[in-house]
Design a protein around this ligand. Structure first.
Ligand SMILES: NC(=O)c1ccc[n+]([C@@H]2O[C@H](COP(=O)([O-])OP(=O)(O)OC[C@H]3O[C@@H](n4cnc5c(N)ncnc54)[C@H](OP(=O)(O)O)[C@@H]3O)[C@@H](O)[C@H]2O)c1
Length: 318
């Protein structure tokens, strides 16, 4: 099968198209014929070695955590899927394998593809969609009637977060650059802040949840922008989040402390199913900024690394 392979940590030039043996599904696993894979910043952070302290790779490594396609074969013990099913899956990043014509995934990290989405759209859901859902629901505790500010509302994670917060019945504020203000408003933000002109941490508004999807702020800078008992959630760990998280947990034992949380997305088929259900109900629509064939994956990484993608980048293998 054709796959993008890296033989060691480094730049985009390490990515090469190769012919690799097809993987075989083990117990509780599925073999998928990949129709589309989406690109996430974590893919090039893994490739460069930035994450090697937490994600040590064995080479050759096939990047890619998000796929959509059709089940070709199932391993022992798989009960919810069979050959021919259209699915979306969150690939184990340590094992890798998304940028390939075939990939093995866990049944527990797979869901049936939403009917409202084509394979390219569905492939965008796993990492960015689950991150947004887990950040707002599990870490932020966002409720209907609550309020949230999403920093980076036009990006992969952010544009899902805006739509999910809206679907949860919250009022939504979001930051974006000038070219994305209208886009962020169109997907459900009531209050849009142009980060080129205004710093949301200096505005008078207060929120129940601040979700920093692009991890550019700090908890101390955001604390006064949170309502009592509110939560600050960020996608990248930094010492002040960890220290403040611990201090606020202690303070939370005696009162309604504001909380500081770091999130590491987990592979969850039930969350993928929930995202698909929302797509079928017309409440969630992935935005695709660019689509590349597999052999142009380097260009997809180059675009992602620039940090200004609206929505998602996809590799189209169909
Ligand atoms: N911890 C985890 O489990 C986890 C999971 C997923 C992602 N992440 C991390 O989360 C981050 C975001 O991921 P992503 O997929 O959303 O990235 P992305 O799609 O590449 O984000 C690009 C977006 O960020 C916006 N942006 C850039 N600078 C901004 C600023 N100063 N203020 C507001 N918006 C700004 C851009 O909007 P403009 O073009 O308008 O500037 C663009 O739409 C990455 O660092 C990723 O590695 C972590």
């Amino acid at each position: 099968m054709r796959a993008i392979v890296i033989d060691g940590y480094g730049g985009r030039d390490r990515m090469r198209l190769d012919d690799r043996p097809e993987p075989t599904p083990g117990p509780g696993e599925l073999l998928i014929d990949v129709k589309a894979a989406s690109v996430n910043p974590v893919d090039w952070k893994i490739r460069s070695g930035e994450l090697k302290a937490i994600l040590w790779l064995k080479f050759p490594y096939i990047p890619g955590g998000d796929v959509a396609g059709e089940v070709i074969a199932i391993g022992p013990g798989v009960s919810r899927f069979r050959a021919g099913d259209p699915v979306v899956a969150f690939v184990d990043l340590k094992r890798g394998g998304g940028y390939a014509e075939r990939v093995v995934v866990k049944e527990s990290a797979t869901a049936r593809k939403a009917e409202a989405l084509d394979f390219r759209e569905a492939s965008t859901l796993p990492i960015a969609g689950c991150t947004a859902l887990q950040a707002l629901r599990d870490h932020g505790g966002l409720r209907s009637g609550g309020s949230v500010l999403i920093n980076g509302g036009a990006g992969g994670v952010g544009h899902f977060a805006v739509q999910l917060a809206r679907a949860m019945g919250a009022s939504v504020g979001a930051t974006a650059g000038p070219s994305n203000l209208e886009f962020v408003r169109s997907i459900g933000a009531d209050r849009v802040i142009d980060y080129h002109r205004e710093d949301f941490t200096k505005l008078p508004d207060r929120f129940d949840v601040i979700f920093d999807a692009i991890a550019r702020s700090t908890f101390p800078a955001c604390r006064d922008r949170l309502n009592p008992g509110g939560a600050y959630v960020t996608t990248l760990p930094n010492p002040n989040v960890l220290v403040w998280g611990a201090l606020q947990s202690i303070a939370g034992l005696v009162g309604r402390a504001k909380r500081s949380k770091f999130l590491w997305v987990h592979q969850e088929g039930a969350d993928l199913a929930e995202l698909g259900r929302l797509a079928d109900e017309g409440k969630l629509r992935p935005e695709i900024a660019a689509s590349f064939p597999l052999d142009r994956a380097r260009e997809a990484h180059e675009l992602s690394e620039q940090g200004h993608v609206r929505g998602k980048i996809v590799l189209d293998l169909s």
